[in-house]
Design a protein around this ligand. Structure first.
Ligand SMILES: [Zn+2]
Length: 350
């Protein structure tokens, strides 16, 4: 199939075991995810164009954060029938995209929205293009994921949980990826493949926000709606309907509000993904910025350090930043506080 698997290195085991592990990783890299094959549909010309564009933008962004993005063969980005992600992940994820870090495989469900397809794909690509390394399990000798971006899988034998693996920083990694996907989303506004739908979506968003302001929605609620709005399906159709409904702007706003409310009640409004993980990251960046003694001009500068660590795999700088601002041992504590069971992340929803 061509290309090298994405793991930078294998840790643990003997040199010979490491060589065999690399061969095994190359083997799974050279095949598509067999679990998803039954749900795969043939990619349309349009989907192929979107995949090519989205990957190019993601790579460019990853490079800006110091990463070394590896190509993902087209065959390994599988377009799936709607509902496939739930069907192949015990129904517990509820997302439309899935990625396998060691396999370097992505599945994205087909949707009527280009913006929806592109943004889910970008999210999963940011996971894949994060720093990767593998490990040989000390007891079972199996090849396992060690690092995926900011996260690290380890057996730390916590009391009473002998041999249980933990994924340290897993919530933080998810927050970083979701925030990168957020920035990608905003960039879609100026991409020819997505700009028409993005413009229609933005129009509806502004009508709805204006309607909310006239209804004196509390400022905090308004701020969250503005920040977390992603898109509504069929935005171009709805924008046309709203425009032809009236020439009067306030009437358009009210009509847009009615449309939005209806779609929201029917779970059709897409909001930005991973709210709690991103919020945690925002708070952390704010706190570090405030306590950094002027080292960082703003929270954005702190976020850039987290993103750099995610894509280069280097914990050293960010560890010093965290401990320097929040006190010795804070980085270690953060690893625990944002950890999870790696099995829960076998398939990640966006
Ligand atoms: Zn994710």
């Amino acid at each position: 199939m061509g290309g090298r698997n994405h793991s930078e290195r294998v840790i643990g085991g003997t040199p010979e075991e490491q060589r065999l592990a690399m061969e095994e990783l190359q083997g799974v890299f050279d095949e598509t995810d067999p679990k998803l094959v039954g749900y795969e549909v043939e990619k349309s010309t349009d989907e192929k164009a979107m995949i090519e564009k989205v990957e190019a933008i993601v790579d460019e962004m990853v490079e800006k954060w110091g990463g070394d993005p590896k190509p993902v063969p087209l065959k390994k980005i599988q377009v799936l029938k709607p509902g496939a992600v739930d069907a192949t992940s015990d129904g517990s994820y509820g997302g439309r995209g899935v990625h396998k870090p060691l396999r370097a495989n992505i599945g994205v469900e087909r949707t009527g929205s280009r913006v929806g397809f592109g943004s889910v794909l970008a999210h999963e690509l940011f996971h894949l293009k994060s720093y990767k390394s593998a490990q040989i399990d000390k007891w079972t000798k199996e090849v396992d994921l060690y690092r995926s971006g900011f996260s690290m899988i380890d057996r730390k034998n916590p009391p009473g949980e002998f041999g249980k693996k933990r994924e340290y920083f897993s919530d933080l990694e998810e927050g970083i990826v979701a925030e990168c996907a957020n920035r990608f989303f905003d960039r879609m506004k100026s991409e020819p493949l997505f700009e028409k739908e993005m413009a229609a979506n933005e129009k509806i968003k502004q009508w709805v926000l204006n309607a909310c302001r006239r209804r004196e929605m509390p400022k905090e609620k308004l701020r969250i709606l503005e920040r977390e709005w992603k898109y509504i399906p069929d935005a171009e159709k709805y924008a046309q309907q709203i425009e032809s409904f009236s020439e009067v702007e306030t009437e358009r706003e009210d009509f847009a509000w009615g449309t939005f409310s209806y779609l929201y009640e029917n779970n059709k409004v897409e909001i930005r993904e991973r709210y709690s993980q991103r919020n945690r990251l925002y708070q952390l960046c704010d706190e570090i910025c405030a306590k950094s003694g002027g080292r960082f001009v703003d929270s954005e500068a702190v976020f850039n350090e987290f993103a750099k660590a995610n894509f280069t795999g280097n914990y050293l700088t960010i560890g010093r930043v965290v401990d320097g601002a929040l006190g010795k041992g804070s980085f270690r504590r953060l690893a625990e506080e944002t950890s999870g069971d790696p099995r829960n992340n076998d398939a990640r929803k966006p």
